[in-house]
Design a protein around this ligand. Sequence first.
Ligand SMILES: [Zn+2]
Length: 87
Amino acid sequence: MTTIFTMLSSCDACAVLLYMRPFNRVVIGDVANASGKEQLIRDKGVQVDILEDQKGIALYAEYPHGKPDGYRRPERFGRGAQVCSTS
Ligand SMILES: [Zn+2]
């Protein structure tokens, strides 16, 4: 079994890459700051485990505030948002 670990739920592009590659399981640390593709990934046969780690949620919620201009805008964050470190 190959497992991939992510801090947040994936964006559309990463979800497709994830289920097209030989991953059997994804462990998502936090769906409070970004979520939405968990069921799609499950529907493709990948086991999805969500930790909802409170320390990680708090850390990520603070992250954009400590970044200089040019980082993604805060309004993109929040439950249901789709963010990606490569976008
Ligand atoms: Zn992505």
